[in-house]
Design a protein around this ligand. Structure first.
Ligand code: GLA
Length: 389
């Protein structure tokens, strides 16, 4: 991969002199969905698929960005002193947003860069291809300009870029998982204070299988922001009777006692999901610690039901994939993962049943939806880093 991308870099930019090679993963969330902007817990892991990048300083005062995934856009060129969102720059708004966010935080970018990206995460699949590019850009800036930032700060700067430059009010989960990923571990992150623990994922008899619905995510961003504000309104009403800063502070029992103050029944359901999903995530990590993978799977299934019925972010494509998965032999758990409204599901499937799982679930999906899903048996990898070898 390195050689191919270096050769391509030389074609696009003349030489590879001074160029360094980077890898930034995608992520999958095992459980804890739509909890990260509600002060709850999440349990994501970084993948071995992701974004490769080649970058070096130039002396021209311009940022040049090229993606093999978006060749038709050619080289996007912007002044290295003025980072402004521009719809026509398409994917380049992700790296540009991170450059803008570094400047906002007082890290001054002193020269231009020549950059090339190639991602093997399916675009728009909900495996965080955009956050992967953002954190890659953050690490490139740190390495190239010697900025004194750690990986958690890079994840926060990348989130700022997504929120304020690209206008998606996302939580911290994706950027954190990508920056802080660790091979064969998931990250149990408390988004209230960013405390975290690595939990080893030793699935001796099973693997993580991702199914991509291939549904275009369409209105996902505006629906995402809408869910977020529904939770905020529910929280404000709860705050008139309980002293909490986030929904993540409530147990299920505490929520049941006070939920009546949320006047809008839809907003009450949204808040219920946020509270219950957070508690499910805590229980799921406990189950894993006790080697009770069957219970972990049941909690994954319950997470999907809640996202379908209370949070209403699944849709027929994700429901079809998950409900088909539940019927298959050897499936320990299956749920949608990421923001929803399209994107992917994550399932834990026993090794010797994976082929049948892919065939049967794939067939049920294609027969009902009319087009195929793609399946990936994935491995958990490290967070974003410079590749030295
Ligand atoms: C997207 C966001 C995350 C998180 C998930 C839902 O991936 O970027 O911050 O909110 O949706 O859990």
């Amino acid at each position: 991969m390195k050689k191919q991308l270096m050769d391509k870099f030389a074609k696009v930019y003349g030489t590879t002199e001074g160029a360094e090679f980077y890898f930034s993963p995608g992520r999958v969330n095992l459980i804890g969905e739509h909890t990260d902007y509600n002060g709850g817990h999440v349990f994501p892991c970084a993948l071995t698929i992701g974004t490769y990048a080649v970058a070096r300083k130039n002396n021209d005062g311009v940022m040049r960005m090229y993606s093999i995934n978006f060749e038709k856009f050619g080289v996007c060129t912007v002044p290295a002193s003025n980072f402004v969102y521009n719809k026509k720059d398409n994917w380049c708004n992700y790296p540009k947003g991170v450059m803008w966010a570094f400047e906002q935080k007082g890290y001054h970018i002193t020269s231009g860069l020549d950059m090339l990206f190639f991602g093997n995460i399916p675009n728009g699949s909900g495996l965080s291809s955009s956050a992967s590019i953002e954190v890659a850009t953050g690490v490139i800036l740190k390495e190239t300009f010697g900025f004194d930032v750690d990986m958690i700060q890079i994840s926060l700067i990348s989130q700022l870029a997504e929120n304020q430059f690209n206008g998606v009010n996302c939580g911290i989960m994706d950027q954190f998982a990508i920056a802080m990923g660790k091979k064969d571990h998931a990250i149990f992150l408390d988004t209230a204070d960013l405390s975290y623990e690595y939990a080893p994922i030793h699935l001796d008899h099973a693997k993580i299988v991702i199914a991509c619905s291939n549904k275009k995510r369409g209105l996902a961003d505006s629906k995402y922001n809408e869910r977020r504000s529904e939770c905020e309104t529910a929280l404000a009403q709860l705050q008139t009777v309980v002293d909490i800063k986030t929904l993540g502070e409530l147990t299920e029992e505490q929520f049941e006692e006070v939920k009546h103050v949320i006047t809008n029944p839809v907003q009450r359901k949204r808040a219920k999901h946020a509270v219950y999903e957070n508690q499910r995530t805590i229980k799921a990590v406990e189950a894993l610690r006790n080697n009770d993978i069957a219970l972990f799977g049941k909690l994954m299934n319950a997470s999907h039901v809640s996202l379908r019925d209370d949070y209403e972010v699944t849709g027929i494509e994700l429901d079809t994939l998950v409900e088909a998965a539940w019927e298959q032999e050897g499936v320990i758990g299956s749920r949608m993962t990421g923001a929803g409204f399209g994107g992917c599901t994550v399932s834990i499937v026993e090794n010797d049943k994976i082929d049948a799982f892919i065939e049967n679930t794939g067939k049920i999906y294609k027969d009902k939806i009319g087009y195929a899903a793609d399946f990936y048996v994935v491995e958990i990898g490290d967070g974003t880093h410079k590749v030295t070898k």
